[in-house]
Design a binder for this molecule. Structure first.
Ligand code: SF4
Ligand code: SF4
Length: 282
């Protein structure tokens, strides 16, 4: 089973939920791996004392010009839909950061002046604790195309493990790459109008992708019904509520997973896994 954890925006407690869910399974001797797909700011590793196992770079092909062969015809600049190539008189400029590696330019160059060259966009590292396998992606500084790094993290997952994916915040391309083809998505939100707005966007995205979802309310406060009303109207289950408590915030700030800060959360997160399994098997 693959469970993704997503949130409309950063800072809602997505990593707190993903790490605690993964650990609650590990403590029950389940084979579990956590994929940190929040590649712009991977921080799941902070919560584990994991030993490094391997690391590899993720590269994408971008065009490289052989100026001796270039006839400055401008075909490559014309064909590039992302404006990653510009021809100014007899100067051809390539902007690798906006290149999407579609290959159009080097396939259509009439003189064979363009060749694909590898450009590093990030890394994927695997580490291991006594209890679980952790795979983390990290986007290279100054690079903006994160979906390929997210994909590389997902490809590094072992089969036959229960997989928990800590996704990027938001509801755009990197999130899609993290949640696509998962069996279930847990949406972490806060009981505020901003939280509701982001939750509604994330729910719309999951409906398009046809992925079942449930909600975890973080920093929950008694009497605040804004998320409850939305979930009731949209037929979405609220599976867990994490209260607004300074002890929880303090432990999290020290890098202590919720399930380790208070043992009561081990059962709650293990129960969360069973609720998800029940919904998936229906
Ligand atoms: S298509 Fe080829 S020959 Fe024409 S400008 Fe581009 S690199 Fe040069
Ligand atoms: S590979 Fe595609 S996106 Fe990149 S420069 Fe060539 S045409 Fe543009």
């Amino acid at each position: 089973m693959i469970i993704s954890v997503a949130s409309g925006k950063g800072g809602t407690g997505k990593t707190l939920v993903a790490t605690s869910l993964a650990l609650s399974l590990a403590y029950e001797q389940k084979p579990v791996q956590l994929l940190d797909c929040d590649v712009e700011e991977p921080n799941a590793h902070i919560f584990f004392k994991a030993q490094p196992v391997s690391e590899r770079t993720v590269s994408l092909p971008v065009p490289k010009v052989n100026y001796e062969k270039c006839q400055y015809c401008g075909k490559c600049a014309e064909v590039c839909q992302f404006n990653a190539i510009a021809l100014m008189k007899r100067t051809l400029v390539i902007f690798p950061d906006v290149c999407h590696s579609c290959g159009g330019c080097w396939h259509l160059c009439p003189t064979g002046a363009l060749e694909p060259a590898a450009r590093e966009v990030g890394t994927v590292s695997v580490s291991q604790t006594a209890d679980l396998r952790l795979v983390s992606g990290r986007l290279k500084l100054g690079t903006h195309i994160s979906p390929p790094v997210v994909k590389a993290v997902r490809e590094t997952a072992e089969r036959d493990y229960i997989t928990i994916i800590d996704g990027p915040p938001g509801s755009s391309c990197p999130v899609m790459a993290a949640v696509t083809d998962t069996d279930y998505c847990l949406l972490v939100t806060e009981p505020t109008p901003f939280g509701l707005n982001d939750l509604a966007l994330a729910v719309d995205m999951l409906r398009v992708l046809k992925i079942p979802c449930g909600v975890v309310i973080n920093r929950d406060m008694p009497g605040n019904q804004i998320i409850d009303r939305f979930c009731a109207e949209n037929g979405i289950n609220i599976l867990l509520r994490i209260p607004f408590q300074t002890e929880i915030a303090r432990a999290y700030a020290k890098g202590i997973p919720l399930v380790d800060s208070d043992k009561i959360w081990r059962d709650k997160f293990y129960n969360l896994y069973h609720q998800i399994s029940g919904e998936v098997s229906q």
